[in-house]
Unconditional design. Structure first.
Length: 507
């Protein structure tokens, strides 16, 4: 089953409906989208690409994104979408790792990437005549591919060593779409706004909207004018956003609060949503708009979820524990917590989150060792630590590599971060473990005060008192570093590795 059949069906059911749009206008209807993808498939085949070949995408959000993806799939090729804000050497690494001989790139990336890659891989700029020339052949019939053929190489962020390509098959993507349609209760009458990179979760969720024949509105960058134009023009709109972007969207400087009714759903995930931030988001956007998802590239977007009515129930009950959870297992996904030896843990015990289901990747591209370490007995070991309560709600405590071991006791940064955010003068914070001669490791807090004036800065004694009010003494940060902002990846994740480096550099 080729995942591109989603588009074929929508071209029949919704031929004249808007498929791909800029914030202000429709660019392709479903019949035009389908025709372009089928022509591109023919162009790729005529250029010597055969089923199984990889095509890399070094592209910021643009309206050509999905026609390239679907064109490649129709030709039986596998796409390797890369984070558009990577360094040119990082692009080159992923291109070489994937073995792609062709890379589509948006104009701001293409020249430097072509220079870096030399003759090893052809770079085609999306706004060029070379690009349009690929559409000059008559449409090709869809390649017949097996369900377990690679469709999407998802390059991990590589926080531990070089990035790895999680091999997502056509079956994986179908399982993700079906689970989303089953669980989300949306994409029936709303459209999706891609304000986050299409190379990541936003691009994944868009596949479900394509399956439903809905409009994909592509925002080139997160800016007030495009955002508001799209909400005026194409409401009701839903979108994926990481928690830090959800917070930014509460600022009138980015989004006029009067436009909130034009939003149908905010699918948030990709990083922790702290309880205080979730309460603020619920008050600002209304709980009915909030839908949390937890997933990772290896099980794309689809491990657990917390839909609006469950968020509402936790809020009404004043149940902050559930509010801080990532909800329950997604449809078609088996979820459990396992000990280091792989045995299932009882309710309440912290262990590694393990996942099984059709959504779990086939493995890492060319990395059998890493695949064997991650997938054992059919269970994907996510590297996330968490526990499940009696009701099946999963709470993540941290990535296993971020856990701090102090004097033999485990400290989960997330629980300290949740407490610090109770302080009204803290906008953001992040806890890391730093080496300590006596305890092995101790926690240190990086804190972004609210506002810029010194008077707003919370004093250390007050922060200590707050921590001691809520946490065991050994979990109190040994130092507070006040910063103007936290380092984040272009996907919006806080880069604890950079915080560790900056701590080390302080000597
Ligand atoms: P990526 O593979 O880049 O999508 O990153 C996946 C990782 O992000 C997961 O393994 C988690 O550590 C984290 N993550 C994803 N969704 C959530 C969520 N809803 N809450 C907390 N962490 C999350």
């Amino acid at each position: 089953m080729n995942i591109a059949t989603l588009l074929e069906t929508s071209a029949l059911t919704s031929s004249d409906s808007a498929a791909i749009s800029t914030p202000g206008e429709v660019v392709l209807t479903y019949s035009a989208f389908h025709a372009r993808a089928a022509r591109l498939a023919a162009g790729l085949a005529a250029s010597g690409f055969a089923p199984g070949d990889r095509v890399a995408l070094a592209m910021s959000n643009c309206t050509q994104y999905y026609e390239i993806m679907f064109g490649a799939w129709m030709a039986g090729l596998c796409v390797a979408p890369m984070n558009p804000r990577l360094h040119v050497k990082e692009f080159a690494f992923a291109v070489a790792d994937s073995g792609a001989r062709l890379c589509f790139a948006t104009p701001e990336i293409a020249p430097a990437l072509a220079a870096e890659l030399g003759g090893a891989c052809r770079v085609i700029e999306t706004d060029s005549t070379d690009f349009e020339a690929l559409f000059s052949n008559p449409p090709a019939p869809m390649a017949d591919v097996a369900g377990d053929a690679p469709a999407w190489l998802f390059y991990t962020s590589g926080t531990t060593g070089k990035p790895k390509g999680a091999v997502l098959t056509h079956r994986n993507l179908k399982a993700m779409v079906v689970s989303f349609l089953a669980d989300s209760g949306t994409c029936i009458e709303d459209n999706i706004l891609h304000l986050a990179p299409l190379s990541h979760a936003s691009g994944m969720l868009g596949l479900a909207y394509i399956a439903r024949g809905r409009n994909n509105v592509v925002l080139p960058s997160l800016a007030k004018d495009g955002l508001e134009t799209a909400l005026h023009r194409f409401a009701p709109l839903s979108f994926f956003a990481v928690p830090t972007v959800v917070r930014r969207l509460m600022e009138p400087a980015l989004l006029d609060p009067a436009l909130v009714p034009a939003i149908r759903r905010i699918f948030f995930g990709g990083a922790p949503m702290y309880v205080e931030d979730l309460k603020r988001a619920a008050a600002h956007f209304g709980t009915a708009r909030l839908w949390q998802l937890y997933g990772q590239g290896e099980a794309p977007c689809t491990i657990s979820f917390m839909p609006p009515h469950l968020i509402e129930a936790a809020l009404t009950a004043g149940d902050d524990k559930r509010l801080g959870s990532v909800g329950i297992a997604r449809s078609g996904v088996a979820l459990r917590i396992v000990s280091e030896g792989g045995a299932p843990c009882p309710a309440g015990a912290v262990g590694e989150v393990a996942v099984k289901g059709d959504v779990v990747m086939a493995g890492y591209w060319g990395r059998d060792d890493a695949t064997r370490a991650a997938i054992r007995d059919g269970w994907l070991h996510t590297g996330d630590l968490g526990f499940m309560d009696e009701g099946g709600y999963l709470t993540l405590v941290d990535r296993s590599k971020d856990m701090i071991i102090s004097g033999g006791s485990n400290i989960y940064p997330r629980e300290i971060e949740e407490v610090l955010l109770l302080h009204s003068a803290i906008a953001e914070c992040s806890i890391i473990g730093v080496p300590d001669a006596e305890w092995g490791e101790v926690p240190v807090a990086f804190v972004v005060p609210l506002g810029v004036s010194g008077s707003a800065r919370p004093d250390r004694a007050a922060l200590d008192a707050l921590c001691l009010d809520h946490l065991a003494r050994y979990k109190r940060p040994r130092d507070y570093v006040f910063v103007d902002e936290l380092p984040k990846s272009s996907y919006g994740k806080i880069l604890k590795s950079v915080l560790r480096e900056s701590w080390a550099a302080r000597g």
